[in-house]
Each structure stands twice: as structure tokens, then as C-alpha cells.
Write a protein of this length. Structure first.
Length: 345
């Protein structure tokens, strides 16, 4: 069974949100129940953004039920929603949204479980969004000193709902999306994915026009990624959770299936994607970025929440952007839509 770098756990358990060597802890209520030493902090995403760059080494994981991105190394300064985009080379890249009811918790190292010390970020419903595991001795001392200065949080522990309420776009929302899509900066499109996990964005995609968003056949995903891996093509992978997006840029060093999962590695980063949880995929036109538009692949689950996105490289070689756009333009529509279109002619 393939293991994630620095985490020592199988891929399937990683998608359940399991800390290293620990039982599954996919939400805040479970973490508190299974780790009596867990400390809920009176802090959120803004405080986490100040803490993370202080550590020389960490294992950074953004995890959901359908995708995980885990990377070892130091954090770049996390960017908050609304700020300019940044693509730090060789550093863990996070984009966060604050003030939406997110919670932050701390667990000390537990040698008996083989679990390192960690900071855990949860969305307002109590679902895990990001986890930073700290193991280096010098970083552990710093972490303990920093956490000691943060008051203990209070309040009711949320229980994760079984299903998410449907997002129904209203006509003014659709009109606004259609009118502003061509002029929106790339950062605005990324923030659409971050702020509510992309659910509002997904509800608008069928209405913004084929030049802005085009649905494609989800079953071509593994073939697209295999082609990119074989060509040693540099591109960005992002895993998305409500209030948090973690991305990594580079070529794929390896790609292989593990049951329903597709696992890919690149330098110190590993991404796992549960293909069975991908309900639909869209090719979207984003930008303008540096005077040029970019195209992306956006992946959504059955509840309309964003799972992941694949974007062109920020530092690609000459011709990379054109090759990326040509690849995405060649991807077919869903088979059901293609059959319906043929029947109507």
C-alpha cells in the first residue's frame, strides 16, 4: 500500500482525514472525542496564517472526502482571500478565508499513537480543511511557545451535517456572474472556489456561457493526467475545501491507480483523487492574468462542492500555455450531453 511522504498512512485513510498513526478524525467533534488532550483555540484562519511560516519544516495537508494534497517543507506566507495571488517556488502555498466561523485546534505530539504535534483548521460545520503536522524538535519548542499565548476557545462543537443544502442561484446572481466573468481577475476566480468551497460558483457555471465554462466527460480525467505525466508537463494542482485552497506546481514524477484513487507525486508533494466522487468536470476560462487568459479544469462532487482544480503553470516554458489550452479544448463533452446533441440534429 502506497504511503504519503512523512505521514506513514495508506491513501484511503488519508482521505478520511487521519492524523499520522491515529484513528480517523474527519471532523472536530471526533477529534475532541478521540483526543482528550486536544485544545480548541480562540483563533481562526488569520492566526493560522501568522503561525505557519514560523516553522522550518511541516507536513501540510488539505484534505476532504474526495481529494488530498500533502506536502513536506516550509510554508510560504499564506494569502488571504481578496489578496493578490502568489506562487512561491519550493514552499507550501495556501489561500485562506477568515471570519466565516472557522475553528482552530492544537494537538500535542503523542508518541504512543505515533502522532506528531499538529494544528487543525476546521470549517464552520466542523469538517477538517487543513492540518499542519510539526515534528522537528526546534519547531516543536516554537509551536508550544506560540500556542501557549493563544487563549483557549469556547463554544459548542458543531456536528457535521449528513448532507449539504442545495445552492439555488437566483437570477441576479446569474446575471452578475455573466457580466463580470470576462473582466474578473484570476484571483477573483480562485476566491470563488475558496469562500464556500465553490458551491455557489458551481451553481452558476451552466449559465455563464460556453465561452466561460464548458462541461466535459469526467471519465477522461485519468487519461489527461496520464498524458501530462508522460509528457513531463508542468502544471498546478489545487485541492479545495471551504475556506482553504492548497496548491503545488511542478511535473508529475509518478502517477498510479490505487483502487478508486488516482495517486500522483511531484517532488515533496502527493495528491490523491477519488475518481468515484467526481460528479462533473468543467473547463473554465479564467483571467485576465498578466494580460492573458488562463484555462482550468474544475472538479466538483455530487453536492456541487469543489474537489480540486488543475491550472496552467505560472512559470511554464514558452508554448506551455498554448499546449495546455489546446489539450483542454480537445476534451469531449459528457456522453449523455453528446448523445442529446446528436439526437437534436
Amino acid at each position: 500500500m502506497t504511503q504519503f511522504p512523512g505521514q506513514g498512512m495508506p491513501c484511503r485513510r488519508a482521505l478520511q482525514g487521519c492524523p499520522a498513526g491515529d484513528a480517523p478524525a474527519p471532523d472536530l467533534a471526533t477529534l475532541v472525542a478521540t483526543r482528550p488532550d486536544a485544545r480548541l483555540l480562540d483563533a481562526g484562519a488569520e492566526e493560522l496564517a501568522l503561525l505557519l511560516p514560523q516553522f522550518a519544516r511541516a507536513t501540510a495537508s488539505t484534505v476532504g472526502g474526495a481529494a488530498l494534497l500533502s506536502e513536506g517543507g516550509g510554508y510560504a506566507q499564506p494569502r488571504m482571500a481578496g489578496a493578490r495571488l502568489a506562487s512561491p517556488a519550493g514552499r507550501v502555498a495556501l489561500r485562506l478565508s477568515a471570519g466565516r466561523g472557522e475553528r482552530l485546534a492544537y494537538t500535542a505530539a503523542d508518541p504512543a499513537r505515533g502522532a506528531p504535534a499538529a494544528l487543525h483548521l476546521f470549517d464552520p460545520a466542523g469538517r477538517t480543511t487543513h492540518r499542519a503536522e510539526i515534528a522537528a524538535p526546534e519547531d516543536l519548542l516554537l509551536l508550544a511557545a506560540l500556542v501557549a499565548q493563544i487563549p483557549t476557545g469556547a463554544g459548542e462543537i458543531p456536528v457535521v451535517p449528513d448532507t449539504a443544502p442545495a445552492v439555488i442561484p437566483h437570477l441576479p446572481t446569474i446575471r452578475h456572474a455573466r457580466a463580470h466573468w470576462p473582466r474578473a481577475e484570476l484571483a477573483r476566480h480562485i476566491d470563488d472556489l475558496v469562500l464556500d468551497g465553490g458551491r455557489s460558483r458551481r451553481a452558476c457555471l451552466p449559465h455563464v456561457g460556453p465561452g466561460a465554462a464548458r462541461r466535459i466527460e469526467p471519465r477522461v480525467l485519468d487519461h489527461v493526467l496520464d498524458l501530462l505525466a508522460r509528457r513531463r508537463f508542468t502544471f498546478r494542482r489545487a485541492v479545495i475545501r471551504p475556506g482553504c485552497l492548497q496548491s503545488h506546481e511542478g511535473v508529475l514524477d509518478s502517477l498510479w491507480p490505487e483502487g478508486d484513487l488516482l495517486v500522483m507525486t511531484s517532488a515533496r508533494a502527493t495528491m490523491a483523487l477519488d475518481l468515484e466522487r467526481v460528479a462533473d468536470v468543467w473547463v473554465t476560462a479564467l483571467g485576465p492574468a498578466g494580460g492573458e487568459r488562463a484555462t482550468a479544469l474544475e472538479l466538483y462532487d455530487h453536492d456541487g462542492a469543489a474537489i480540486a482544480a488543475f491550472l496552467p503553470a505560472t512559470r511554464g516554458e514558452l508554448g506551455h500555455a498554448a499546449a495546455w489550452d489546446a489539450l483542454l479544448a480537445s476534451l469531449p463533452a459528457p456522453r449523455s450531453a453528446a448523445r442529446a446533441g446528436a439526437g437534436g440534429r
